[in-house]
Design a protein around this ligand. Structure first.
Ligand code: ADP
Length: 488
């Protein structure tokens, strides 16, 4: 008899399976199965909403907008802070739901709950600092002013790798700015999104302000399309693959929607001869193996300078062999299940392709069981390997060799992506030269962990548009309105 991890929820009312629209739970919908990626067992049957439900949510959000927009920023902040407090109060249950449906180790899930809640707190504060402008006039008879106003109804389509944080990072600035939001969470991880809706209701968010449309397969695409095509929805925020990002841009073109896109990455991690190697190995472990390599800022390619190459690969392989692989609920597990079978297949393909092209597997390299792929280190990686061009999105560290600083920069930039990059060096001149030359929206220098609500997260090139988090993260949810006052 298999025991569902959800039986350990302290507050069982956080397990919601109906979609949340206009402050009500839609019970009468079709359902789809949500499973534990580690065991394949069904966790719950969740609402499979369709185009009609999307239209219902859009109408509800549109109707709720004026009253929400007209609240003071402080009133909105109070509700966001209450929501933040509820997330923290229920952190253990939220983490449990996350590990159950996403697979990541429980300690990481707890970390994500705190990270996700931090966006509610941050944007509650930022919402109160939205300021307009008065401009020195070109004409003594006129005065020029600029207002910053909420854009209107917003939609968010979110991925499975951060089931809570990718929602709050979009929803918090939207709500703080005065915009209602409709969220279409990833089909693999709707339970976190729906628990968040339950907490939004407890926090007192008015009906229609935060809506969650869970959906699977064809319905998921239809709901996404309805959100893109609606003229009422004025902004779409998406985190996911570049390929789906392109589809959404196309679908949003007829209604000229504002877009925030956080797409794929192919992060390089450069280790120079002068780096502190122990600290580089530490950063590599954090950045590569978090969430089993399934984050868009995970390192995809390691570039290590000739003089320290063997030392670095040997040390990294030693540390990687020590990583504990297992079920996300087991204490001490550091690398857990991949999300699904296609993910396993891609990782397997990248490893066998690298081996066939001369890669030396120094750690891991095999599927241990189920969807547990061993954390893997591959030395002697080369530019013709799949892992040099495609995001592996798994626990594989291919290590390339380079000689000069210029070569490292050229190799790092040889990709259409530009989300995160990392470099390790103790030479301050080199740090500035390389950080400035890297074509990415974010650069970790002597650290493998860069994400925080205070800093602008986002990419250049085909990694996306706009920034999330920081004081910039609210900009996409605000329009400028210029007032020209004559007859003075
Ligand atoms: P990943 O590769 O991380 O699974 P995707 O880009 O496929 O990322 O998915 C991210 C989100 O986009 C999910 O919520 C998914 O349901 C949604 N999605 C995927 N394909 C489409 C599509 N054609 N139209 C709208 N949404 C989509």
């Amino acid at each position: 008899m298999n025991h569902s991890p959800l039986q350990n929820l302290r507050d069982r009312a956080l397990l919601k399976t109906a979609a949340y629209v206009n402050g009500a739970w839609l019970e009468q919908t079709q359902r789809f199965s949500v499973t534990d990626p580690a065991t394949g067992l069904e966790l719950a049957r969740v609402a499979d909403t369709d185009r009609g439900h999307a239209q219902q949510a859009i109408a509800a959000a549109g109707a709720a907008w004026p009253a929400w927009r007209d609240k003071t920023a402080k009133e909105r902040a109070t509700l966001l802070m209450r929501w933040n407090a509820l997330m923290l109060e229920h952190a253990d249950d939220l983490a449990l739901l996350m590990t159950a449906e996403q697979g990541k180790p429980l300690a990481e899930a707890r970390g994500e709950v705190a990270y996700a809640a931090s966006f509610l707190e941050w944007f509650a504060e930022e919402g109160r600092r939205v300021c307009g402008e008065t401009i020195a006039t070109h004409d003594p008879g006129k005065r020029l002013l600029v207002l910053r106003q909420a854009v209107g109804v917003c939609a968010a389509i979110t991925p499975w790798n951060f089931p809570l944080a990718m929602i709050t990072r979009k929803v918090a600035p939207a709500l703080a700015a005065g915009c209602p939001v409709i969220v279409k969470p990833a089909e693999q991880t709707p339970l976190c999104a729906l628990a968040l809706a339950e907490l939004a209701a407890r926090a007192g968010l008015p009906p229609g302000i935060f809506n969650v449309l869970s959906a699977d397969g064809a319905n998921s695409i239809a709901v996404g399309r309805a959100l893109c095509e609606s003229p009422v929805v004025r902004h779409l925020s998406f985190t996911g693959s570049t390929e789906v990002g392109r589809i959404l841009i196309r679908q949003c073109a007829p209604t000229i929607k504002k877009l925030s896109l956080e797409l794929g990455g192919n992060a390089p991690f450069i280790v120079f001869d002068d780096a502190d190697i122990e600290s580089a190995v530490e950063g590599a472990l954090i950045s590569k193996f978090r969430n089993a390599g399934q984050t868009c800022v995970c390192v995809n390619r390691f570039y290590v300078q000739e003089g320290v190459y063997e030392t670095f690969v040997t040390r990294l392989a030693e540390r990687v062999r020590e990583l504990r692989l297992g079920n996300g609920f087991d204490p001490g597990v550091q690398v857990a299940s991949l999300i699904d079978d296609p993910a396993v297949e891609k990782v397997r393909q990248h490893v066998s392709d690298a081996q066939s092209k001369g890669g030396r597997v120094l750690a891991g390299g095999r599927l241990r069981s189920g969807r547990l792929f061993e954390p893997t280190v591959i030395a002697d990686a080369s530019a013709d390997m799949l892992c040099a061009h495609e995001e592996t999105f798994g626990p594989v560290a291919p290590i390339f060799r380079f000689q000069s600083e210029a070569e490292a920069i050229a190799l790092a930039n040889a990709t259409e992506f530009g989300l995160a990059s990392y470099l390790y060096s103790r030479d301050i001149g080199r740090i500035f030269r390389v950080a400035e030359a890297l074509e990415s929206g974010m650069v970790g220098i002597n650290t493998g962990h860069i994400s925080t609500a205070e800093a602008p997260f986002g990419g250049v090139k085909q990694s996306g548009l706009g920034r999330e988090g920081s004081r910039h993260g609210i900009e996409d949810y605000l329009e400028l309105k210029y007032l020209c006052l004559g007859g003075i």
